[in-house]
Design a protein around this ligand. Sequence first.
Ligand SMILES: [Fe+2]
Length: 389
Amino acid sequence: MDNYVLKPFSLDALEHVVKLSLERQNLARENVNLKESLALYRASEALEAPLELSEYLEMVLNIAVGELGGHSAHLVLFTGSQEKRKVEERIDLNPSMDTDSLIDDAMIQLAATLENESGAVVITDYENLGPLMALPLRAGGDLVGLLAVQRRLASQKFTPAQAKALSIIGSGAAVAIKNARLYNSLQEQYLGAIRALVTAVEAKDPFTRGHSEKTAHYAQMIAREIEAGQDIEDGMRVAGLLHDAGKIGVPESILLKKGPLTDEEYEIIKGHVIMSARIAGPLPLPENVLHAISEHHEMLDGSGYPDGLAGDEISLSSRLIAVVDIYDALTSDRVYRDRTTPEHAFGELGKMVREGKIDGDLVEVLRKLVVEGKMGQDGQSSSSFLSIE
Ligand SMILES: [Fe+2]
């Protein structure tokens, strides 16, 4: 009733109604702003949380559906150029189509129609997807993904405030996608540089060729098996590759010597650990990786080098690299001896466990994986390992 002025009307009554209408308009505008702020707040809150990209995108999708009152939704990441666009990753919420390829195709087509759009677009019906609001996700001008939220009924209209909210949520997601890709490509380049360095080291000694890759692979597999966490698992890759990089500083005359080493030569060989740590030091590596590199010849009883650390002073990552380093060294040919069988290698490792030098639990995990044939490179089983009891 407040919006009506009854005849005959007074100026006061008219003024009152106009004021009331203006206040309502302001309130509605504030409500829109508040919704935008809330969406922004939720999206930024999610961005700050230490999440994997896929977890973050799932959160974005849920926030978007909540804000828009959607029934189902898709968040798609693309690779490739405009003409050869492919779905790299897709997260669905109550998918409206039966098969993955149908959704992928619909999203690729939808992205093509939104090629020149920057904000959220309402589409009344598209490829039987029903009424939806779609937002192209852009990073640096490139269309990297698509966020599409659908409603069950065509009668449910999307509001301009919801379009704004989706744009805000989507811009956060686009930044996260761009950062994650940048990070991954940096990681790849970085690992490529490390591999080049390791190849240079191993070129000096053909007998140790592949040792770093195998150490990295074995250590990663054990870390996964014991559920040490993604950080340790990833760290084992880099630590395995880099642990012997310092051998680049050891003269070939010592590295390739067939006879027994003199005390002095042995000291020079031992120096490779400090050199490896020096090479790895300036790299932006996590603590556990640096420890694993500088402590991979430390023994639990304090008899190792370079610092004679003992027991708990030696980190899990370091103990892990130590075990697989010894195992691979024993089961590979060396300039001074032929390779030994896995059975014999585990005999040697068992002896070291009894002497309190290496971690028995990790040796058992390694043995289990080898027996199960899970330690072949590329995840292939290795039949030569299957004879172990
Ligand atoms: Fe080493």
